[in-house]
Design a protein around this ligand. Structure first.
Ligand code: SF4
Ligand code: SF4
Length: 326
């Protein structure tokens, strides 16, 4: 009896195994071996900065696409994308390196506290409940959702200003941009020598209300737009925006801004123009020479002789510099 049961169970097992073998053969998915090769090149950060669910998913999609258009790994940058291109036998589409910038300067000093928030320390929650402690309904709420979202330790909250600071090791994965409920953070080109010019404000209110809540708010006066020779500045909803592609970093706009809403980061101080004596027409005609003096160019106060105005990300650069020097 026992022998009969063992034989019949063994026979069922063998038949089931044969059926499973044929089913597996019929429906087997042959995976492109290049997916593994591409995945090996990727940094395994799984940050989602590329727009895909993780490094494996990125590898699958790029192999499936058969081209590199629109694919970029912000963690590895151009070098890594070149290596991916080598694996796939394609030419990499290289993207300019970027960094996150904070488009709000509503520090405790510039936007003094008008209300107190005692709720959950989350910008997402605070945004649903009130305008913000400084009263600006567009500005930074200061609870640090962006800092929480950063997997690369590239941000921190500055206790003095109450604003987040982006460090130079930012890899532009965009996690902070997605986490901010107020769309204050933006990825911008790093440019040569890490120089950047941008309007550090996103307030869309008219001048009066905007200034009432923050002394450095953009009031949409358009003075910056008028002096820009490259049509890089647009004014929409009372707010100026500097296009990072069209901007040639000429620095004409910043001194025009009556509220200091435009930030120039990592620029050297402007050079003083020598005083030159210019002969007037009358002077050339007469032996009695009269002269008029050309006024020296206005020089702005500088911090550590690096930039005209200090920004949070510049502050980090300077701090690092000081640390290295000490
Ligand atoms: S930038 Fe946005 S996410 Fe970050 S602290 Fe300010 S409001 Fe919150
Ligand atoms: S000059 Fe300043 S306040 Fe006026 S629109 Fe430009 S950024 Fe805004």
């Amino acid at each position: 009896m026992i022998l009969y049961a063992v034989v019949s169970l063994g026979a069922i097992g063998v038949i089931a195994a044969i059926i499973l073998f044929f089913v597996a053969q019929k429906f087997k998915v042959i995976e492109d071996p290049r997916i593994d090769e591409v995945e090996e090149v990727l940094p395994a950060a799984n940050c989602g900065g590329c727009g895909f669910a993780g490094c494996r998913n990125f590898a699958e999609e790029i192999v499936k696409a058969g081209n590199m258009e629109g694919f970029n790994c912000p963690v590895g940058g151009a070098d890594l994308m070149t290596d991916v291109g080598k694996v796939l036998g394609l030419e990499a589409e290289l993207k300019d390196p970027e960094i996150a910038v904070l488009r709000c300067n509503g520090s405790c000093e510039n936007s003094p506290q008008k209300a107190q928030y005692d709720g959950v320390q989350s910008c997402f929650v605070a945004n649903a409940l009130f305008s913000g402690e400084g009263g600006c309904a567009f500005g930074c709420l200061g609870c640090g959702d962006c800092v929480e979202a950063c997997d690369f330790d590239a941000m921190y909250m500055d206790k003095e200003t109450g604003l987040p600071v982006v460090k130079e090791n930012c890899i532009a994965c965009g996690a902070c941009v997605k986490a901010c409920p107020r769309d204050i953070l933006e990825l911008r080109k790093r440019n040569k020598k890490e120089r950047r010019i941008f309007v550090s404000c996103v307030n869309k209110e008219k001048g009066g209300p905007a200034k009432k809540n923050c002394s450095v708010a953009c009031i949409g006066c358009g003075k910056c737009q008028k002096v820009c020779k490259f049509d890089a500045i647009t004014i929409e909803n009372n707010l100026a925006y500097i296009d990072p592609i069209a901007c040639k970093l000429c620095r004409k706009c910043a001194p025009e801004c009556p509220t200091n809403a435009i930030w120039e980061v990592n620029f050297p101080p402007k050079k003083e123009r020598p005083v030159v004596e210019v002969k007037t027409d009358a002077a050339t005609k007469s032996a009695d020479v009269t002269t008029e003096k050309v006024a020296p160019q206005k020089i702005e106060k500088t911090e550590n002789d690096i930039a005209v105005k200090e920004s949070p990300d510049l502050k980090e650069t300077n701090d690092n510099k000081e640390n290295t020097e000490s």
